[in-house]
Design a protein around this ligand. Structure first.
Ligand code: HAM
Length: 426
């Protein structure tokens, strides 16, 4: 039998119900924060993803030639696409531009629990505006969504990537050569980083500072970082901005903001970040615990546009659902409120009852198989219906239906004319 491709998943009604309820929180929160929704294609010109990251990124993505010989790629993420959308359609729109999106992403990953080749992201981006204010807004949106989902035990870390980038420039490692160093920092492999410095003959006072900065984590470490970076005015400016962003987030009094930690070792996996960066982990998830990541980035210049502050984040919808399942936040999926069981000769009236209930907004299902009463009751329980409505000849003659509570087994007769009223508040 044909199976689905490796690293992909099929979602059953119960899975989709969970996804819808998670995405409803995201949608409502983003709208409440004044963001507007955008949608971009699932495939883009391959160049959109290579122009910043280089040809090396091709190993990590799904790319192909179409029948016209064009080089295309399934998108691995949406930030570059949103900036393309901005360059194509929204350059003249008043700034800041605040947008959000839902979309499938594709990465040629080694699949494991929580890491897929096709996965879904919710994300938000702000283009333009003041650097500190927009970063406070973007982190606040992410935290509001996570707390709105009812999740517990999340670690929120926030850093400022420019500090490491400035120090790398100081030792002669330019912006485009920082990749291998950043990958090690991203993995938290500081021994590997020290080894790489050694291999490249980069040992010295500044590499020591880089190693110390990359290990600077905790709640009250900004002063420590200031001491470490004294005399470097650009780094001190960056720390001032980070402190202002932190104070802004903390003063929003959102639940969880008291737990936000500084982590100057956040390097992020993608190449385009420059200023503030942040990540949210949920430790219950094990190896693939990062549910959200983002930060400030510079991409508009790649489209020949002037440099514009931009910042954003994306959340892994699938990972958040795993966390929600693990923490038992969403109960089992609810079935229809009513399941209508007709008998020979009452089918027509039963269908009318179904239509009336559906028109009144009561989720209603009905027997489509002509089964016996006992089989129908079993089936209704299996689809988690709350009540069965039994309409036999006897009931029809009396002008009633028998309503059976499928949980308790209690039965009552309800006049045909009162059914809507009876189910209104169920
Ligand atoms: P990212 O960290 O690569 O950032 O992905 C964001 C989130 O997508 C991750 O935190 C994770 O929850 C989820 N995710 C990533 N890869 C997978 C996978 N293979 N399977 C399941 N979930 C995954 C970005 O994509 C940036 N575009 C975020 C951003 C927006 N930065 C600025 N604006």
């Amino acid at each position: 039998m044909i199976q689905r491709p490796r690293g992909t998943r099929d979602l059953l009604p119960e899975d989709m119900a969970r996804r819808r309820s998670v995405e409803k929180v995201m949608l409502d929160t983003a709208l409440r924060f004044g963001f507007g929704e955008v949608c971009t294609p699932m495939f883009e010109e391959l160049e959109l993803f290579t122009m910043k990251s280089g040809q090396g990124v091709i190993g990590e993505i799904y790319n192909f030639k179409d029948k016209g010989g064009r080089d295309l790629a399934l998108r691995p993420e949406l930030t570059a696409a949103v900036i393309r959308l901005y360059a194509n359609n929204m350059q003249d729109a008043p700034k800041p531009i605040k947008v959000f999106y839902f979309g499938e992403c594709f990465r040629y990953e080694r699949p494991q629990k929580g890491r897929y080749r096709e996965f879904r992201q919710f994300g938000a981006e702000i283009i333009g505006g003041d650097e500190v204010a927009t970063n406070i807004e973007i982190v606040s949106l992410a935290l509001e969504i996570i707390s709105g989902l009812g999740l517990k035990g999340q670690g929120i870390r926030i850093g400022f990537l420019d500090i490491l980038r400035i120090l790398f420039e100081e030792i002669g490692v330019g912006r485009n050569d920082q990749g291998p160093f950043m990958t090690l920092i991203d993995k938290g492999d500081l021994d590997g980083l020290a080894k790489l410095f050694e291999e490249r003959g980069l040992i010295g006072q500044v590499t020591d500072i880089i190693l110390k900065v990359a290990a600077t984590k905790g709640k009250e470490v900004i002063q420590k970082a200031r001491d470490l970076l004294r005399d470097r005015s650009k780094c001190l400016d960056a720390l001032d901005k980070l402190e202002a962003i932190l104070n802004g987030i903390r003063s929003s009094a959102l639940p969880g903001t008291e737990d936000v930690e500084v982590d100057l070792g956040i390097a992020r996996g993608l190449d385009y970040y420059s200023g503030m960066v942040f990540e949210v982990d949920i430790s219950d998830l094990g190896a693939e615990k990062q549910v959200c990541g983002g930060g400030a980035y510079a991409l508009t210049e790649l489209f020949g546009l002037e440099a514009t502050n931009s910042t954003g984040f994306a959340m892994g919808v699938d990972r958040l659902i795993l966390a929600i399942e693990q923490q038992g936040i969403l109960g089992p999926m609810k079935g229809p409120t009513a399941y209508v069981i007709p008998f020979k000769g009452t089918e027509e009236r039963a269908r009318e009852v179904v239509s009336e209930l559906r028109s009144a907004g009561v989720p209603t299902d009905l027997d489509l198989s002509g089964r016996s009463l006992s089989k129908n009751l079993k089936y209704a329980a299996s689809i988690r219906a709350l009540f069965a409505i039994i309409l036999g000849q006897k009931e029809l003659e009396k002008g009633v239906v028998t309503v059976r509570d499928l949980d308790s087994g209690d039965q009552t007769e309800v006049p045909l004319g009162d059914i809507i009223g009876y189910f209104k508040d169920k």
